[in-house]
Design a protein around this ligand. Structure first.
Ligand code: PAF
Length: 292
């Protein structure tokens, strides 16, 4: 199999043809896809274990490990993104993955590709506003993965809440016959949401980063008790601004479904944060509702 690794019963495909050949025998069964960009951690492990239990013994779990250049709006961020392919394969095997798809950018994309896929409502806010082209790149690669793997199900983490909302919209609007599942955010014991970017934090910023979750939890309690959106966001901004070397990208309270300003208090809301801790951009969020 090309330059692929082979670990126990797990198989690795580096080309589209290898992937199709590996999946040919499981067509008609449940196929659960977990797309990743590698540098896998316990958050990914949780997604992979959920995929295993969803697929059952008869079904097939596919993980893709592909650092998608098309979704990076910043070349420095792409270059600094950690890559740990061998550890990733080990973790996939430990979590019961059947097939890992690990293409290079040249395998994934034609050099003269000319189709884009742009969501035009949910992606105009939050991360979409500060990372132009990011979600078009996500939609493009996920669509290609869906076409290549043809899964019955796919799992995405809720840390990237906006990404999940946009992919749900893509599946709905393009009639893609795949069931999407959102997995809860996995946190360290100190509350920091697990992210491949956390390893790039300085020790000082790593120690300060759990404040994001603490501030979100306090704000959620205040919102439940009746605080308005401005007060809630201000409390999180003030808390983050008090940390040395932190630059806020956004702190916003939005409708949890359409991601735009809350117009009806009775609907579920989302408090979402993106902030640079030094060079490292971290995101987190919490779902909110009013006490009745
Ligand atoms: O969430 C991610 O890791 C990526 O955006 C995804 C969904 C794997 C697409 O590259």
């Amino acid at each position: 199999m090309g330059q692929g690794w082979y670990i126990a019963r797990m198989q690795t495909a580096c080309s589209k043809d290898e992937l199709r050949a590996l999946l040919a025998p499981v067509r008609g069964k449940r196929i659960v896809l977990v797309p990743t960009m590698g540098a896998l951690h316990e958050g990914h492990a949780t997604l992979l274990r959920s995929a295993r239990s969803l697929a059952g013994a008869e079904g097939c779990v596919v993980a893709s490990v592909f650092l998608n250049p098309v979704q990076f709006d910043n070349a420095g961020d792409l270059a600094a993104y950690p890559q740990t392919p061998e550890a990733d394969l080990q973790l996939c095997r430990d979590c019961g993955v059947d097939v890992v798809f690990m293409p290079t950018p040249d395998v994934m994309y034609c050099s003269d590709r000319s189709i884009t896929l742009e969501e035009t409502h949910l992606s105009t806010v939050l991360c979409g506003a500060s990372r132009p082209g990011h979600f078009a790149g996500v939609c493009l690669v996920v669509n290609k993965l869906f076409n290549l793997v043809q899964p019955t199900d796919a799992i995405f983490g809720k840390k990237d809440y906006q990404q999940l909302a946009i992919l749900r919209r893509m599946v709905r609007d393009l009639d893609i016959p795949i069931m999407l599942h959102g997995a809860e955010i996995v946190r360290g014991e100190d509350g920091l949401a697990l992210s491949s970017r956390n390893v790039r934090l300085t020790p000082e910023h790593r120690a300060a980063a759990p404040s994001i979750h603490r501030l979100l939890v306090q704000a959620a309690a205040a919102y439940a008790d009746g605080a308005d959106a401005d007060a809630v966001c201000a409390s999180v901004r003030n808390g983050l601004n008090a940390i040395d070397g932190v630059r806020i990208d956004y702190v916003e309270l939005v409708d949890a479904e359409n991601l735009h300003a809350v117009t009806d208090d009775a609907r579920p809301a989302l408090l979402a944060v993106a902030a640079f801790f030094g060079e490292v951009r971290l995101i987190d969020n919490i779902e909110l509702s009013r006490n009745v």
